[in-house]
Design a protein around this ligand. Sequence first.
Ligand code: ADP
Ligand code: ZN
Length: 625
Amino acid sequence: MANGKKRLNFNKQSLLLRNKKTWGFLKGLAVYILIAIASLMFFYQISGNPTSVGDEVPISQIINQIKEGKIEKVTLEGDKISAQLKNNAQKLISRKEEGESIYKILESSGVDPKSVTIEVKDLSMQQAWAGILSAVLPILLLVGLMFLFFRQAREAGQGVFSFAQSRARLFTKDQPQTKFADVAGADEAKKELEEIVDFLKSPQKYKEIGARIPKGVLLVGPPGCGKTLLSKALAGEANVPFFSIAGSEFMEMLVGVGAARVRDMFAQAKKNAPAIIFIDEIESIGRMRGFGITGGHDEREQTLNQILVEMDGFTPNDHVMVLGATNRPDLLDPALIRPGRFDRRVVLAMPDLEERKAIIKLHMIGKPFAEEVDIEKLARRTVGFSGADLANMLNEAAILAAREGKKIIDSHDLEEAATKVKLGPQRKRMQTETDRKLAAYHEAGHAIVGHFLPHVDPVHRITIVSRGMSGGHTMFPPTEDRSNETRSRLLEQITTALGGRAAEELIFKDISTGAANDLEVATSISRDMVTEYGMSSLGPINIKPRPMFGLWARLSEEGGEVSQTMQSRIDAEIKKIIDSSYKQAQALLLKNKSDLDQVAKALLEKETLESEEFEKIVGKKKRLH
Ligand code: ADP
Ligand code: ZN
């Protein structure tokens, strides 16, 4: 069973990615340094040993030859002695003791130094040059390497050295444009944004009459409901360039980088004004500022401050509109939503039935569908799907059909795609017969309990094919768009969620870890009932802990406003709801045990049961509204 609510959507991924890039950069640097060190060592190896030891002869041999008068001339280069033989091109090479004078050596050997021509070559210049070279060459080498490295980093545009530049992606006027017509539904949001289009197109009109043109618009809505799409469409309609960046992309390991990037991005946008800056996941920088004890907060604060400074610094002629997207407006720093900043708010909700129809139609364009595909039915079946989910579903269906070599997409492909979008791809895993039997009874438990509870939506599909982390799924997709839940519906949802565990206990007299997620769902619904909706014997009060930030959150362990006694009463209420729901689930299963057995048996045979097959066993659902 999968009906857990998804609330939080912090996107840490791009941050991680960025760190990976930094890591790659460091590795690159290490390689360069190693190469530099190796070449230096090589250089010293050869320069430190300037003359190789060749075919030298002992000095005594030369002295003897001089005595015998066979030597024409002796040349001295440092300690190297070369003796030119008379009537012979050959040279004898030897070496004297360092610092010893050749004259002294000859004299002490009883040779008159005047009996032979001695030429002394001055080596000091040569040595000086070698010294200079050995000092300068490594530096030149390093500078050269650094130059290469910098150039590469700049070309890649990703190195740490380009960090002050914003990474905003620019979509210019010349690129294919998104228009409002590409956004299905969302009529109210479009109407509000049309005003902005007009501001951007003819700012003069507003200035003349003394109206203050808004600087920032906050787009609020769950992920995938078209915030980015709508912003692009806004840029397309106004025919202005569109700069897009995610809040997390401002964050770096170095404090101050985010602020520099903000400065750069605004400078670029002003150069291209009128223009739109789109900041996705703005809550990742614009969170309420705490007391700033740790370094990470400083960075975010600096970035946020820079954004505020830039927005405050707009002159009436800048014509740069900042759009911020978030799904957690409650987390935003109040400074960000003050007048003159993000003072406009456009709310995008999950699409309703009509909007889903429109989105489906829009994304069906260009794909061949079978006659039998019913858009109305599809839209009804996809309650709770975002625009992105729907677009994904249609694309997945096309991929499935193509993989099977079909020329048109049929409703079976769509059904499969819808499941995949919501629950992830099928995962064939090794299952023992016991595992399968456990999964079959567990899922049958959810299905039977849900079936006999009057407010729960009818079973749409049961499967023991595992997807993602779970061993199976029972789907009760909502059959209508409800804006409210009632107490009875919530209680029945809890009971249904516990049906899997109850079936395991009834049949196997043992329980498994497979119910962990169900327990989470059940507990979270009952906690909300007690603390948020006032649906327990504590009465109609809201005692949900408020999100806390900064120092306060770090100092206090629990909810803060809720006292110890109240906390234990809340816990007792939650437990009471769970316990009675679990008893109800057990009772329902015991009463309908033969249905449970039959459904489990059918699941073991077919793995997946559609609603019709399920109803053949248990009968049609009796509903209550
Ligand atoms: P968000 O920024 O709110 O997370 P996106 O704008 O990135 O969502 O939406 C992702 C994709 O979902 C879009 O590119 C588009 O294909 C599809 N989509 C979402 N909402 C709509 C809509 N109202 N009409 C058409 N397509 C939509
Ligand atoms: Zn379950």
